[in-house]
Ligand binder design. Structure first.
Ligand code: CU
Length: 200
């Protein structure tokens, strides 16, 4: 019951924010978190403004503000079930940068496939996170992962809307061992989904 009642912390990106200034938001995706109540679960983690990695997917963000997002993607992947999710959408310029190169569409049936997506349905944001090879020489096995492990760096920007709570989630059924991959971490806040808590 303690677990059921508990909620992951919210990382605050509004403290000290000056109007008109962008917010830098860095997260990582890992194939297994390696600690806590579900060490084998796939997860996102968030880097706080002071540089600490926290297993959470909840963020306070200022309204009408550009968010410069970096996603460090340490997981392997597969083909998307719905190819529509391979289209980058809702980001500045309609692009993401994959290890520095602009990308607007990912064909997950070629290459390493897609590990996870960062998707905010109500804002039309979708970013497919290209996977590392399933034969990667130096995969990370427990979070927080450090950049010396194999990963892809995905960067993009978007602008927050007015105040409200906007759910986001991964749309890859990445909950291995659960029915159709959609249970466990896919249904648990702090792992493969969370909220943008946009405040005025
Ligand atoms: Cu996922």
């Amino acid at each position: 019951m303690a677990f059921l009642r508990s909620s992951p912390p919210t990382v605050d990106f509004t403290a000290g924010h000056k109007a008109g200034q962008p917010v830098d938001l860095t997260v990582q995706t890992v194939g297994s978190i390696g600690f806590g109540p579900h060490p084998s679960w796939v997860s996102y983690l968030t880097r706080t403004p002071s540089g600490t990695w926290v297993p959470t997917t909840l963020w306070n963000l200022p309204a009408h503000t550009r968010v410069n997002m970096t996603i460090l993607q340490y997981d392997s992947g597969s083909s998307l079930r719905n190819q529509f999710l391979g289209q980058v959408s809702g980001t500045a310029g309609g692009v993401m940068y994959l290890n520095g190169a602009p990308v607007s569409l990912v064909d997950s049936n070629s290459g390493n496939g897609v590990g996870h997506t960062f998707t905010v349905p109500s804002l039309g944001i979708d970013v497919p996170l290209v996977a590392i090879s399933s034969n990667a020489k130096n995969p990370c096995s427990a979070a927080p992962c450090t950049p010396n492990f194999d990963h892809n760096t995905v960067t993009f920007s978007f602008t927050t809307p007015g105040p409200g709570e906007y759910p986001w989630q991964c749309f890859v059924p990445c909950g291995l061992g659960f029915l159709y991959g959609n249970g466990g971490p896919m249904q648990t806040i702090g792992f493969m989904g969370g909220f943008l808590k946009v405040v005025a």
